[in-house]
Design a protein. Structure first.
Length: 96
């Protein structure tokens, strides 16, 4: 028997290694910020959009320069795309 999947979330599509990197980036923010403080950011939509583009820009510039070291955030040492994933996550919650 085949069970119906229609309308059900397909959690198996998530690459959990990537999700782990996003969680690591979120945890690295606890050095500067209180847990959950991302929910109280004034103008959150604009703030997280700017942060998202900063990390994507840093990553793209590193690619263009063929500078693998620059693909990683100076503060956390984590990949800029992990931080971009955090900003996308926060943006979704703040904006939707």
């Amino acid at each position: 028997m085949i069970k119906e999947r229609k309308g059900k979330r397909r959690w198996s599509l998530i690459p959990f290694k990537m999700l782990g990197w996003i969680v690591d980036a979120m945890a690295s923010g606890l050095v500067k910020y209180k847990a959950g403080s991302w929910k109280q950011v004034e103008n959150g939509e604009e703030y997280y959009y700017d942060a998202l583009l900063r990390h994507i820009t840093e990553y793209r510039e590193a690619l263009e320069d063929k500078n693998v070291e620059a693909e990683f955030d100076n503060d956390s040492g984590l990949h800029h795309l992990a931080h971009a994933g955090v900003q996308c996550t926060y943006s979704n919650v703040v904006c939707l």
